[in-house]
Ligand binder design. Structure first.
Ligand code: FES
Length: 304
């Protein structure tokens, strides 16, 4: 779809909101709570594909997304912050929903940090959804986030992760509650480990991450079946490098949560950054999630 940037709002120094409307005014595909879109973002030397949660209502005439300026940007967020202007037209893939509210849940415990708030902005708009929502943010961002959220006893903003008594919260939830979490890698790790420790069954824990790859040392990946070798640069993901080489590896969330981009590792040791594989699977080192994970060895050989 070709969508043009219809509005840009600066919510905090590091977060901008974009409104994307169809160029020809035609209706957009339905985007239920939890949906995301992937944008093609032009860079100086290549096109970046980044995924963003849709924060607007399901059948709104335009999609709204929020973009955090990534410190060590892989290119996409920096372009959206520094170069994007009203009227620019972007290629946008139709919405996918990997993080819809669980239908069987009697109640939802929603936990997010920073830009991880975005999928839940569509959740809290759903009529009749029973939820308790805790969001962690920097003190200087509190006012901006408060303006986005409903008020009421079900909503708590924390300006320090330390005021979120995670263990007590997770241990005190009524039966039938499902936990959904979204945020930076360290926040997700903390919540998921605490939930596992508190005895939450995996079937009641749901996660979304759009943090994307964090960058790191360059490495080389050989694709055994296609015979293609790529060098993964310091600020790109393995998935980015494969796409830049003309390959079409599978992917959906581009954030290490959905499992779609999993490839078998034939040689080398991956450096795992995903929230999809279990600890045991990470230790086996025979699979890698290309969207966020890297390599501990100078080279990987992958079954692709
Ligand atoms: S694309 Fe979803 S985990 Fe990589």
């Amino acid at each position: 779809m070709k969508l043009k940037i219809e509005a840009i709002a600066t919510l905090t120094p590091g977060i901008r909101k974009f409104t994307l409307a169809p160029v020809d005014g035609s209706p957009l595909p339905h985007a239920g709570a939890g949906s995301h879109v992937v944008l093609e973002i032009p860079g100086p030397s290549r096109i970046w594909k980044n995924a963003y949660s849709i924060t607007s209502a399901a059948d709104a005439p335009a999609y709204e997304i929020m973009v955090r300026r990534v410190e060590k940007s892989r290119g996409g967020s920096a372009w959206l912050h520094d170069h994007a202007k009203l009227g620019d037209v972007l290629e946008v893939y139709p919405p996918q929903n990997l993080f819809a509210p669980q239908r069987l849940a009697k109640r939802h415990l929603l936990l997010s940090a920073g830009i991880g708030i975005t999928p839940f902005l569509s959740y809290v708009r759903l009529a009749g959804l029973a939820y308790e929502f805790h969001h962690c943010c920097k003190p200087e961002d509190e006012a901006a986030f408060r303006a986005l959220l409903p008020s009421g006893p079900q909503m708590t903003l924390h300006t320090s992760r330390h005021t979120l008594n995670l263990e007590a919260l997770l241990k005190s939830q009524p039966l039938g509650t499902h936990l959904s979490v979204c945020g930076p890698e360290s926040f997700m790790d903390m919540v998921l480990a605490t939930a596992a420790h508190a005895g939450w069954p995996a079937a009641k824990v749901h996660k979304e991450s759009f943090g994307g790859a964090t960058g790191g040392e360059p490495f080389v990946a050989h694709m055994k079946r296609s015979g293609v070798t790529v060098t993964v640069g310091r600020e790109e993901s393995l998935l980015d490098a494969m796409e830049a080489a003309g390959l079409a590896p599978p992917c959906l969330c581009r954030g290490g949560a959905c499992g779609e981009c999993k490839l078998t590792v034939l040689e080398g040791v991956p450096d795992h950054h995903d929230h999809y594989l279990s600890e045991i699977e990470h230790a086996a080192n025979d699979a890698v999630m290309t969207c966020v994970s890297r390599a501990k060895t100078p080279e990987l050989v992958l079954d692709f």
